[in-house]
Design a protein around this ligand. Structure first.
Ligand SMILES: [Zn+2]
Length: 188
């Protein structure tokens, strides 16, 4: 027996008899509780076999739910949001000085798809949603945009420069960032 199927068997699954149900049905609640609805004329044994055959499907949904849960950030008050923005500007300035990457102007914007951007005139736009990200990803975005001051593309040279600033984790951070959703979609 594989480790995964043992873990699966130990998982609490609630079997619920229903006189109205016509078919076996598996539901997963937002609390990640798995319930199996068993019609009156179906044996529990048959229901268990059914669950076993749907193991991969259940696992997939539970994993997805856990991932979504992990990236959910607490809501921020307008005061907290503005404090974080101030802090981000300070760090942007500090990185800019440290690595000698001077930008002209930086602003927070309500962008729907991009976390940040850097114009050819070296103006940096930061997405308001950065405030909800963990610190290491916030820094990654700041450094990414600053790197564009020297390289206006995503060339090999750009990535190796950014990688230096990120202690060799630039690509890992870029990948991690993709698992985060933007909380604020409309303009504030
Ligand atoms: Zn870029």
């Amino acid at each position: 027996m594989t480790e995964q199927s043992t873990a699966f068997q130990q998982m609490g699954i609630c079997y619920r008899r229903s006189r109205r149900a016509k078919n076996l049905r598996i539901t997963i609640a937002p609390t990640q509780a798995v319930t199996v609805t068993v019609p009156a004329n179906t044996s529990l044994e048959r229901a268990k076999d059914f669950v076993q055959s749907k193991q991969a499907w259940i696992q997939k949904h539970l994993t997805k739910m856990r991932q979504t849960e992990n990236i959910e950030q607490p809501d921020l008050s307008p005061e907290e949001l503005s404090r974080i923005q101030d802090n981000l500007f300070t760090r942007l300035e500090r990185f800019s000085d440290t690595y000698n990457l001077p930008y002209r102007h930086a602003a927070f914007r309500c962008q729907k798809t991009k976390w940040g951007s850097c114009s050819s005139k070296n103006n940096i736009s930061l997405n308001i949603n950065i405030a909800f990200l963990p610190i290491h990803l916030q820094d990654y975005i700041l450094l990414h945009e600053l790197c564009h001051i020297r390289h206006m593309n995503h060339s090999k040279v750009f990535w190796s420069q950014l990688n230096e600033f990120c202690d060799g984790r630039a690509k890992a951070y870029a990948k991690e960032l993709k698992t985060h959703r933007m909380k604020i979609r409309g303009c504030v």
